[in-house]
Design a protein around this ligand. Structure first.
Ligand code: PGA
Length: 246
């Protein structure tokens, strides 16, 4: 039995003033004891968010694959852990695209994060061109196989399936397409990890809203959501938390 997990991703948004949104988000999480709720913050807001909301799961959006060193402008897994992060996202498509991160980079980041005591949400997803060419499942399962960290296990790792064409666009896959992809990811996880693959949570991400969450979150093998735009305010995020709890 996999508990649903709803994770906000603030991306490069927010400020000290807007972390007050977490008050109502954490309160909603408290009213939803059957699920897990967390928010990935910009690095500078992790410590103030943890100070404001002790006990609520705050995470990072990325960490460097090296433990430390000459990497100007980067942030390490130990640094975000020290700031109070409980987890980090790795392999978000915006980083794979903008920072040219490879599957090997993403795998190394996940392993370094785990070594620092962080849980990990590993993102995979196809472009619209790949989907239109009928390659979506192959692309995503190849990405998964190449970026899955050593020792992958459900107690510290979740996968987020995020079709790139659905991120920030208002488009979401149809129920059948989402079910087929999540099923393919589940089969790939079980192929790679054996029985342990059945326990790893597979989140859906890309234009999740309070309106569509109820449908998306009840598709088989959709074990939660990774939410960008609609996580920035409690008014938009809380209905998603409530839909996951139902
Ligand atoms: P979105 O972003 O909800 O704004 O589409 C999702 C994500 O990129 O994690």
């Amino acid at each position: 039995m996999r508990r649903k997990l709803v994770v906000g991703n603030w991306k490069m948004n927010g400020s000290l003033a807007t972390i007050a949104e977490l008050d109502a988000i954490a309160a909603a999480a408290g009213r939803a004891p059957g699920i897990d709720v967390a928010v990935a913050m910009p690095a500078t807001l992790i410590a103030p968010a943890v100070a404001r909301m002790p006990g609520f799961a705050i995470g990072a959006q990325d960490v460097h694959q090296d433990k430390s060193g000459a990497h100007t402008g980067c942030v390490s897994a130990d640094m975000v852990r020290e700031a109070g992060a409980a987890f980090t996202i790795v392999g978000h498509s915006e980083r794979r695209t903008d920072q040219h991160e490879t599957d090997a980079d993403v795998k190394a980041k996940a392993e370094t994060a785990r070594g620092a005591g962080l849980s990990v949400i590993l993102c995979v997803g196809e472009t619209l061109t790949q989907r239109d060419a009928g390659e979506a499942e192959r692309v995503v399962t190849d990405q998964l196989a190449a970026s899955l960290p050593a020792g992958a296990a459900a107690d510290w790792l979740a996968i987020a399936y995020e079709p790139i064409w659905a991120i920030g666009t208002g488009r979401v896959p149809g129920e059948a397409d989402a079910a087929a992809m999540h099923g393919a990811i589940r089969a790939a996880l079980c192929g790679l990890l054996g029985e342990a693959g059945a326990a790893v949570r597979i989140l859906y991400g890309g234009s999740v809203t309070g309106e569509n969450a109820g449908l998306l979150l009840h598709i088989e093998d959709v074990d939660g959501a990774l939410v960008g735009g609609a996580s920035l305010t409690a008014a938009k995020f809380v209905p998603i938390v409530e839909a996951a709890q139902r």
